[in-house]
Design a protein around this ligand. Structure first.
Ligand SMILES: C[S@@+](CC[C@H](N)C(=O)[O-])C[C@H]1O[C@@H](n2cnc3c(N)ncnc32)[C@H](O)[C@@H]1O
Length: 708
């Protein structure tokens, strides 16, 4: 919010303190207070343009676009010569889909002040709304001539270049924006997203230095950073010497680990950070570390003291293996040696002393410490600082989750046989496995819904503090995303699985999100709950119900009239590789047990190498619970787009459109089907999906509303 104009300050100086207080409240998003103060000003000075503009600004940020537009027009009528009024008007017009009006208002603002860089940033968004990335780019460059280091312009330029498909220019603009504002979460997020598309042919040490601080940062998915980090590791000289480790018998590997020629993995900063925070996706890294774990096990039994030099990287590997939930295959001999190690560790704990750190680290590379029968006694011992993270991740946190799980409220019974069966699976394998939360846009509900459905003509959405239901929240990643996406939201997060809910609740508490309530419930029975919601999200859930339509009808009952719902349902076309994997699983008789899941994953390159390569691109390939969810699910329905229409209509809901990961897809659809400008014709979408089978990845993500 800009400062008041000089004229207003001179004429109504006695109101200045009130205006400043209103401004402060508005900037802190205390809009009720800002409005009260502004109305008090207007009682004394009804024609004070700045106060009228303040109301417009407040309405804009509350999502009341019609009122914002009206008030901004009034402010302009009172005082035309202030570019910010035109900018506010343009923002309201753009929000309401009046692209021509927004463009004219930006023109008026720039006519008054050609150096007004905020207007260039908005004008670029106006051009983007017209699918005109070239003009958007041109105005941003024009803005940059006035202020070459403006982070907002550079940020918008990065976004526009990404839409234009110029990844080099995207990285350049966003890299500069990030250097200027390293803590700006929006810039970090879009930079990380851009990295995913950036294909490196050789290592780029400067880029790696920029990327490493993002690793482990809240909101940043390690998957986005995988290309840069794993590329650096692939070319690392030390790691390259281990390329053939899987072919070396464990006793020889143990001898090599004992020799000075073994690379100093404990000093490899990138490797340690990646094992602790990343998700190891490179097959070669996976096979190296499966072999090294085996070598270390031989070493610990044969020459226990020699293990000391390996403690640091073993501790980091234990973090990775815990996170992946031990999805690497084990041999029978390894199990025998592990049993010996287990006895040694148990004896030390029974004697009241902490086992040697290396012993604990290598054990934790195979089994989670909290599952030991003597876990409580182990947790009660004094641990060295070097193992603090291991202790936290493998003992303290899971033990706390067990206590949380036992105390969670149950809002409905779980009676349906399929729900019970599915619940059992997610109690054993909570999904998804995550360590860094994904953070939302912190925008009004109206802004989020509008930006998800750019082709829809939506009414004003003025809900200020939405009641949000996340139905089937899993391990809380989704609940935290929703709680940070919708400003001032109160979130109820429901799931069948107590283990999943407890994981989410612990994480949410530690991260300081206090607007989420976690509770156990079966969607099939939620219709009886007393609450009603402005918005419901249920992603990747209803297709696991015996009767998804019955579940959707229950959710529809909880939605307020005029409310919105975001749903994620499996696509039959998008999941064709999963279907192929499921056929292989059935054909070869793999069972839904951890051992068979590991075995299938390890056998897959031999069974169908091309399929393995394609599935490996999914992050679900990289941990046991997620892989189980991907290809071993006990219950799943899949859909073609034309089936979604009747499904939502039968629940009294209206289909509003798909949310696609790439806006270029929506542009292509609209170009191919000009008779469907709102992009809601499901027969067209079915045809379009057949032509572009990866359009939706695994899952349709779409919005519906409940007509008033
Ligand atoms: C694939 S996970 C999706 C989790 C989360 N929505 C996400 O996107 O990360 C499916 C979740 O739905 C839950 N679920 C399945 N059937 C359910 C039901 N009938 N009622 C409540 N939750 C259910 C499962 O327990 C599981 O945690």
């Amino acid at each position: 919010m800009p400062l008041p104009s000089p004229d207003a300050i001179a004429a109504q100086a006695h109101l200045l303190p009130l205006l400043r207080a209103a401004l402060k409240a508005a900037n802190a998003q205390r809009f009720d207070e800002a409005e009260r103060l502004t109305q008090a000003i207007l009682q004394q000075a009804p024609a004070m343009a700045d106060a009228v503009h303040m109301l417009a600004y407040i309405a804009l940020h509350r999502g009341d676009l019609t009122r914002a537009e009206d008030l901004a027009q009034q402010a302009i009528t009172l005082d035309f010569h202030f570019e910010n009024y035109h900018l506010t008007l343009a923002q309201a017009q753009l929000g309401r889909g009046d692209v021509a009006g927004a463009k004219a208002s930006c023109g008026a603002a720039l006519g008054l002040n050609p150096a007004h860089v905020d207007t260039y940033a908005l004008l670029a968004k106006v051009f983007m709304a017209e699918q005109d990335a070239e003009s958007a780019r041109a105005v941003l460059y024009q803005g940059l001539t006035y202020e070459a280091e403006n982070p907002e312009l550079l940020f918008t330029l990065g976004y526009v270049e990404m839409e234009r498909g110029d990844i080099t220019a995207t990285m350049a603009a966003l890299g500069k924006a990030l250097d200027l504002r390293p803590d700006d979460q929006r810039i970090r997020l879009i930079y990380a997203r851009a990295l995913r598309r950036y294909k490196l042919k050789q290592p780029d040490p400067a880029l790696l230095e920029r990327v490493l601080p993002l690793l482990g940062a809240p909101g940043i998915s390690p998957r986005d950073l995988a290309g840069v980090v794993e590329n650096a590791l692939r070319f690392d000289i030390g790691i390259r010497t281990l390329k053939k480790a899987a072919e070396v018998p464990p006793e020889k590997l143990a001898a090599f680990m004992f020799s000075p020629a073994f690379p100093a993995l404990g000093e490899n900063r990138t490797l340690l950070a990646w094992l602790r925070h990343g998700i190891v996706g490179l097959a070669v890294l996976e096979s190296i570390f499966t072999a090294l774990r085996r070598g270390a096990l031989w070493l610990v039994i044969g020459k226990p003291l020699a293990l000391e030099t390996h403690e640091i990287w073993l501790e980091a590997l234990a973090q990775r293996n815990f996170h992946a939930d031990y999805l690497d295959p084990e041999t029978a001999e390894e199990r025998e040696r592990l049993a010996l190690l287990d006895q040694q560790i148990a004896a030390a704990i029974a004697a009241g002393s902490l086992p040697p750190p290396g012993h604990l680290a290598i054990y934790a590379c195979y089994r989670p410490l909290y599952r030991r029968a003597d876990a409580a006694a182990l947790a009660a011992l004094r641990w060295p600082a070097a193992l603090r993270d291991l202790r936290r991740r493998q003992l303290d946190e899971p033990l706390r989750e067990q206590a949380i799980a036992a105390a969670l409220p149950a809002l409905t019974p779980i009676e349906d046989a399929t729900s019970r069966h599915v619940r059992e699976m997610y109690e054993e394998s909570p999904f998804p496995r995550w360590s860094q939360p994904l953070l939302g846009a912190d925008a009004t509900m109206g802004q989020v819904v509008r930006s998800s459905l750019p082709r829809q003509r939506l009414p004003d959405i003025t809900v200020a503090a939405p009641q949000v239901l996340v139905a089937g929240c899993g391990t809380g990643l989704h609940a935290i995303l929703a709680a940070t996406n919708y400003r001032d939201a109160q979130v109820l997060a429901l799931d069948l699985s107590r283990a999943s809910l407890a994981y989410g609740k612990r994480q949410a508490e530690e991260l300081g999100f206090n607007n989420i309530t976690f509770a156990q419930a079966d969607i099939l029975q939620v219709g009886a709950l007393p609450q009603r919601f402005d918005l419901i999200e249920s992603f990747g859930v209803l297709h696991h119900l015996r009767d998804p339509a019955a579940g959707l009808a229950q959710l529809a009952q909880l939605l307020k009239p005029g409310g919105y719902m975001m749903l994620g349902l499996y696509s039959e076309v998008g999941r064709r590789d999963v279907v192929a994997a499921r056929h292989l699983i059935a054909e070869h008789g793999y069972r839904d047990t951890p051992d068979d899941i590991r075995r299938f994953r390890a056998d897959l390159p031999r069974l169908d190498a091309a399929l393995e390569a394609r599935l490996r691109r999914s992050s679900a390939f990289l941990s046991l619970p997620d892989f189980r969810d991907l290809v071993f699910h006990r219950q799943e329905h899949r859909y073609f787009p034309e089936q979604l229409g009747p499904l939502v209509a039968n629940a009294g809901l209206r289909f509003l459109g798909f949310e696609l990961s790439e806006s270029a897809h929506l542009r292509s659809y609209c170009a191919a089907y000009p008779d469907d400008p709102q992009a809601v014709n499901l027969a067209h979408w079915a045809e379009f999906e057949r032509q572009n089978p990866d359009l939706f990845a695994n899952c349709f993500r779409f919005w519906v509303d409940k007509p008033v």
